[in-house]
Design a protein. Sequence first.
Lengths: 260, 340
Amino acid sequence: MLQVHHLSKSYNEAHVLKDIRFSVAQGEFFGILGPNGSGKSTLLKLLSGVEKASGGDIQINGEPIERYSRKQLSRFLAVLQQESLPPVNFTVKEIVEMGRYPYQNWLGEEKDDQSGIVDSILEKLRLVDLQDRSLQHLSGGERQRVALGKVMAQKPSLLLLDEPTTYLDIGYQIQMMDLIKTWQREEKLTVVAVLHDLNLASIYCDRMLMISQGEAISIGTPEEIMRSELIERVYGTTPIIVEHPVHKLPQIMLQGGIIE
Amino acid sequence: MIWGGAGLALLLLSVVVSLSMGTASLPISQVWGILWHQLPFVGHWVTPDWPVSSEQIILKVRLPRILLAILIGACLSLAGAGFQGVLRNPLADPYTLGVASGSAVGAAFIILFGLQVALLGQWTISAVAFVTGMLSLFIVLRLAVINGKFQLETLILSGVVVQAFLGSMVSFMVSLSDKVINEIVFWLMGSLSLRGWSFTFMLVPYFLIGIAVLLSYGRTLNLFALGERQAEHLGVNVVRTRMIVLCVSTLITAAAVSVAGTIGFVGLVVPHLVRLMVGPDYRILLPVTAIFGGIYLLWADTLARMLLSPTEIPLGVVTAFLGAPFFAYLLRKNKKRLGA
């Protein structure tokens, strides 16, 4: 589905990414982890085609990403961003309908009647009661759910997540990740997610890539990545690793340095 | 749809009422009759029972001026909506990229050296103002482009810089001209007097191109409201869209300014006003903005020629004098409604 070969990116003299290599199979949930400034957001910008790589290449479905036009790309690649939507005066339903943009001609029409898509998404995300409300009057968590609805309406086969839970409280974080995971299972969706919460990543990702200072440190399953010495090397803090009592997956517990 | 219909009805009514107003006051029924008589096929239904002079005043003097006012109002408001949409900046107006000051330099130069009819007869000022206006857009774009692409902030700042520079040139030329009543200043404040049909016809193609292109970008501008990155992820070619919308908006602005001078406030206020009425959807916002821009400038011009008749008040003075307080009132009312 997605292959990344020797990818590098530099701005002027600063090398932000160096020789990144990985591939993601169809239907996989792939996490990208790393400390602040490690280059994970830059990596996502390259993967979404917003910025061009300085070296190496990205292939999606066997074609280099530059081959696709912006519109073609948006028919199979969607991005859920960190910041939720701005408080504009459009209704929830209008925003979700905007996700159909890549399939519409200049008059806003689609080949076949696709109005069912938007309605079923509103239902699935429990947005039916809110559909005629203006985005201005919604909370941050609700707005992020609308953003997810818009991304779903794009019907992508590859979904990129850019720390989508950053500004959400724990209730909404789990709700958001569960909605994405369910969607992924139902549609055999490939997900590439930049996450900064290691515990969340461990629960939801099949494999993950740890990067630090623009270089790939390790790729593997949560058990292979969530190791005390690896995390210490990358983050400069030594956590305690425990097994999640229900999911049987590694979780970290932080320990402060000055507590007796 | 409702707003569009209501707007068109109001526009038509405004035209008829405004036609009847002037130094020679004509009854509205007569105005209807004269207009109706001009229509093909149904024109013979009314028999002319009015003096020829009335018909002359209506058709040769007032009607072209009124239509010109509507066209200019529509052009400036459309351009304002385009600028606000693509720059996502509520303070953007058609003059953000320095077109007005560019045109002003050209016009001031011509007036200062008394070349008003030298090159192209009555067209001289307009033609020169149009060229210098577009030239200033070109300079602004050149300044803003770094390594083949431009940042939004750089673009707006380039506009400010170029405007300041050109503005000082205009002031310099104003100070050089030694007439008591300074013609340059009057041009800057805008006027529609003594333009005639030829200028009205000249503006029509610009308006049609402008509204057609902008309307075709209506849905795209809606996505811009969510942010450029969001729009890009939805398949919008952000750079190209921004370029086309800015250039087309500037083109129709330059056309309007070259005919009527720099009429302020229309392009800023009308899109905001219409947004409060019909909501943020550009597919509806753009046509309604054009209609209400036309109405606004028509009434501003009617007041400009009526209030101190026979002296005319500069049009730009009227638009700002009416527009600013009204806009302030609307803003406050809207904020209160939102409870903020």
